[in-house]
Design a protein around this ligand. Structure first.
Ligand code: SF4
Length: 359
């Protein structure tokens, strides 16, 4: 074997040895609430004390300390969606945000391991953008009603039915679906993505409500699919009018996965990241966040002085992610999310097209 090749071979073997050693299962750490644990988690508690009573903190704090210690051992980062519970969001997450922010961070991460605290399509997106990294999902069953509403075969059928019409997929889809589409979008950039295509007519799948909200803000004709988010489709315009009557002065801030009779009542409609920015810029006295429950809990510490009215629709999938499951995944290095390399390559094109758009 030529010297250079030999050297590379031995470097690769060394990296693999280091890597596999790093990924050996570890012993489950002790989970006692000690003075050291209290001190290490005191800063996190300050951010969640408005939603977690002090008497309950000893049940969370040992997990938070153990997870943060393990992250260092594994060279891991935790990406957490805005819908994670406050003890995850403020206790162990390194990067928080909406789907777009998490996808961008996943693309630039230097960690060996990414623990995705969110739902399965987000972990797949991280894998698509980081084929060489280990992506862990604390609960593989954490899906999404939108992602489950459409398959790659459905997209191929749509393309046959509407030849020449570009297909935009909301990021809440499987890698298989992304691989069949021209470009991805999130709720924060959907209008921009649709208009970037320069086409008179665009298919935006799978969320019929996001598509309807985008159609209100563009002259591009929008065709869609029958998907919906189980959390946001339950809000109604009548409910919003009741809140406005019963809570004088409340500002209604809605997610574009809500039906259009809800967004018609809103003072602002945008992604979860857009909601946070709007709150910081406008500092309303009272705000109603028309989205998943945990959002208001998490944002409260970033928007002091805002009194949140909390309509509570929980995402059953997001709530499958818990501190004990995150700890298990780092101890045992499971469950790893994989994507077929051929599908990942095509899906990556759609995701990278979105990321490369200036926003
Ligand atoms: S909130 Fe809706 S869109 Fe988000 S993961 Fe849950 S079901 Fe999917």
């Amino acid at each position: 074997m030529p010297v250079l090749q030999q050297q590379r071979h031995s470097e690769t073997a060394h990296r693999q040895r280091v890597s596999s050693a790093k990924f050996q299962p570890l012993a489950m750490p002790a989970l006692d609430y000690t003075g050291e644990v209290a001190e290490a988690t005191a800063e996190a508690y300050e951010k969640v004390r408005h939603v977690i009573p002090a008497i309950e903190w000893p049940a969370y704090a040992p997990y938070i300390k153990a997870i943060n210690d393990l992250k260092r051992q594994r060279n891991a980062v935790i990406l957490a969606h805005n819908y994670m519970t406050p003890e995850i969001f403020h206790g162990v997450a390194d990067i928080v945000g909406d789907s777009l922010q998490l996808a961008k961070e996943a693309a630039t991460s230097q960690a060996d391991v990414i623990v995705q605290c969110g739902v399965h399509f987000m972990a797949e997106t991280s894998k698509i953008l980081n084929p060489d990294k280990t992506i862990l999902m604390p609960d593989m069953a954490a899906g999404c009603s939108l992602a489950q509403s459409i398959t790659g075969a459905d997209v191929r059928a749509l393309r046959q039915k509407h030849p020449g019409v570009p297909i935009v997929t909301y990021v809440n889809t499987s890698a298989d679906v992304k691989a069949e589409c021209d470009i991805c979008c999130t709720s924060s950039n959907a209008v921009e993505v649709v208009e970037s295509l320069g086409a008179p007519r665009v298919l935006l799948v799978p969320d019929k409500y996001l598509a309807a909200n985008v159609a209100l803000r563009t002259t591009v004709e929008i065709l869609t699919w029958e998907g919906a988010c189980v959390v946001h489709q339950r809000f109604t315009g009548a409910e919003m009018r009741e809140y406005r009557n019963s809570v004088p002065g409340v500002k209604i801030i809605a997610h574009p996965e809500c039906p259009t009779d809800v967004t018609a009542e809103a003072d602002y409609t945008g992604s979860t990241a857009g909601m946070i920015n709007w709150l910081k810029e406008n500092s309303p006295k009272k705000a109603l966040l028309v989205t998943e429950c945990s959002m208001a809990d998490n944002v409260a510490s970033q928007a002091p002085g805002v009194d949140f009215v909390r309509p509570c629709n929980l995402c059953p999938y997001m709530k499958m992610i818990t501190l004990p499951k995150i700890l298990e995944s780092l101890v045992h290095m499971r469950a790893e999310v994989t994507v077929d390399p051929a599908i990942a390559a095509r899906a990556r094109t759609a995701v990278e097209r979105m990321i490369s758009l200036k926003s």
